[in-house]
Every structure is written in C-alpha cells, then in structure tokens.
Design a protein. Structure first.
Length: 127
C-alpha cells in the first residue's frame, strides 16, 4: 500500500548515524545520501524510508501521534535494533522492549524516538 515513509531532520548527518546503526543491527545496509547531503534513503525487505531536511526550509518537527512501525525478524533483532538506536542518539519511549499480548496477538516490541523526536516501533509477531 505504501511506496515509502519520510521523516524530517534538522541534522541529516546525525540522523544518518542513528538510522545506519538501527538498519545494520537488523541486517540492512547503511543509507545512501544524496550528493548534497540533504537526504538519506534506506531500503530493507521491500520498504523504503527517507530522512530529509524539509524542502520548504522550515524546521523539521515530529508528528504527535505518529509512529513508524518496522517489521523485525526475531526478538533478538528487536533487542539489537533498540540497543543500536539508544547507542546512537535515540531514546527509549513507551515501555522497555519486550513481549506484549493484546488485541493484535503476541508481539515483541521496542519503541524509540530518533534524534529528531520521530517515534519508531520495532515489531516482531510471535504468533
């Protein structure tokens, strides 16, 4: 349904360090930066994420109520993703990484905010 997701950044180099770390922690590749350094592209398992300075010249801000969910292959990779994010400028939000049981079944989740405040969720479906 989606072709890509985009998050804004006021410091693309700092954001690239964070996103390179979380993508390589789950077996992905580091991002590819545009020649002018204004954006970075990530592709992994059919999904694309762009990190960019806003094209309108205004400061980047995070969306209140917005979460970007990433499908991760195992609980161990969710933990590695979370640890890489925290080690590279991200902050834990919501509950600590772990199993959740609810309306969507058994899930292993971890939540992070990137250095710009964008909220990310690593999701491994256990059922």
């Amino acid at each position: 349904m989606f072709s890509h997701l985009t998050v804004g950044s006021n410091d693309v180099a700092r954001s690239q360090a964070f996103y390179d770390a979380i993508f390589t922690a789950i077996g992905g590749e580091p991002g590819t930066a545009s020649p002018d350094g204004s954006r970075v592209r990530y592709s992994h398992e059919g999904g694309t994420l762009l990190v960019t300075r806003p094209v309108n010249g205004e400061p980047a801000t995070f969306g209140n109520g917005v979460t970007i969910g990433l499908v991760i292959g195992s609980p161990e990779l969710v933990e590695a993703w979370h640890a890489a994010g925290v080690a590279n400028g991200g902050t834990t939000c919501e509950n600590p990484p772990g199993e959740r049981n609810g309306a969507f079944g058994r899930l292993y989740l971890a939540y992070l905010r990137d250095p710009e405040g964008n909220k990310l969720c690593a999701v491994h479906r256990m059922d």
